[in-house]
Write a protein that binds this ligand. Structure first.
Ligand SMILES: [Zn+2]
Length: 333
């Protein structure tokens, strides 16, 4: 089997319970584990009850604390960036908010957030949404207000919209013929087959809008074949040098999953400061990429705050695994 493509096989090392959880479960092994209703409809957190003595905290004498287990959705390790590009391709959102040159903090920046909203009519012709070239903070705020009016929403510039936000629609180019259930074709979202989409909507309908993906350039060859080396040497150029399907719709349909929510800040990740102009947070260097129960806001799928890590509860992980999906692993966080 091609180790770059876990065709139905879940990464067994990644599926192991983290040490801390294993210890808690052993400590409580003779007692019942009580599933509790989640705060969010459709969420499926699995809880392990922990005896008060495990926390050595007398004030918890008559209480039962709960500890949820979380996992990061990720792609398998590939042998090369060429293989990554060959299997997953790239997802383009042609219309996006430009970057900002902030006169308050001096930073020029744009984020990677994906929005589920369509770019409002007339704005696809707007120069700033097509070329994304950074503009001043005052021009950015003006553009955001115009967009929010067109979207029919009332919001605060740099909070409800942000520099770099991508609108729908989206277009997928993949140099090989996609078969996998998960495609990791861009930052800030992921792409799934209909069966995974349906499961996610069943389990987490309030947490993830899904958006249609237009298959644009799709290769003819199998994803398991070795990727060709493009003449430029750049992985993203493989698409320009492979035979393409005449009719990409024969591949089947894919959807983009947009993750709406975030956890609380990870340990060491609370911003040191937030710019009063562009709302850019300054993150310290001691941030740990670790999910704790205290960070959880009740959703079954969400981003770890300040990162692009997509996190799922143990219950949602198990539901996804029941499909024996391809091109995904679960990493403990
Ligand atoms: Zn700023």
């Amino acid at each position: 089997m091609d180790p770059d493509f876990n065709d139905g096989a879940i990464d067994r090392r990644a599926s192991m319970i983290p040490d801390s959880d294993a210890l808690l479960k052993r400590a409580w092994s003779s007692n019942p584990v009580t599933p509790m209703a989640s705060a969010t409809a459709g969420a499926v957190g699995v809880y392990t009850a922990v005896q008060p003595s495990d926390y050595r905290c007398p004030s918890l004498d008559r209480k039962v604390a709960s500890v949820a287990t979380f996992w990061r959705l990720a792609h398998p390790e590939y042998r090369s960036d060429y293989k990554h590009s060959y299997i997953n391709g790239s997802l383009e959102h042609p219309f996006a908010l430009p970057g900002v040159c902030c006169d308050v903090c001096g930073a020029t920046w744009g984020g990677s957030r994906i929005l589920a909203q369509e770019c409002p009519p007339k704005f696809p012709q707007h120069k700033n949404l097509r070329d994304r070239w950074p503009i001043s903070r005052t021009d950015h705020a003006k553009l955001q207000r115009e967009l929010m009016t067109a979207l029919g929403t009332k919001g605060v510039p740099f909070v409800d919209l942000r520099p770099g936000d991508d609108f729908q629609p989206c277009f997928l180019d993949v140099p090989s013929r996609p078969r996998a259930d998960f495609l990791w074709s861009g930052l800030g979202s992921f792409v799934v087959t209909d069966r995974v989409r349906d499961l996610l909507l069943r389990m987490a309908v309030n947490d993830i809008p899904v958006c249609p993906v237009t298959l644009r350039k799709i290769g003819k060859r199998k994803a398991k074949l070795p990727p060709p080396m493009p003449s430029t040497g750049e992985p993203e150029d493989i698409i320009n040098e492979v035979p393409l399907l005449d009719d990409p719709s024969t591949v089947g349909s894919y959807s983009e999953v947009v993750v709406l929510h975030e956890s609380g800040f990870p340990p060491g990740g609370t911003p040191i400061s937030v710019c009063s102009g562009c709302r850019r947070p300054e993150i310290g260097r001691n941030r740990e990429f670790r999910m704790t129960a205290e960070m959880w806001n009740g959703q079954s799928i969400f981003f770890m705050a300040t990162t692009l890590y997509v996190i799922v509860t143990d219950g949602l992980k198990q539901a996804i695994e029941s499909l024996r999906p391809t091109n995904i692993i679960f990493k403990p966080v």
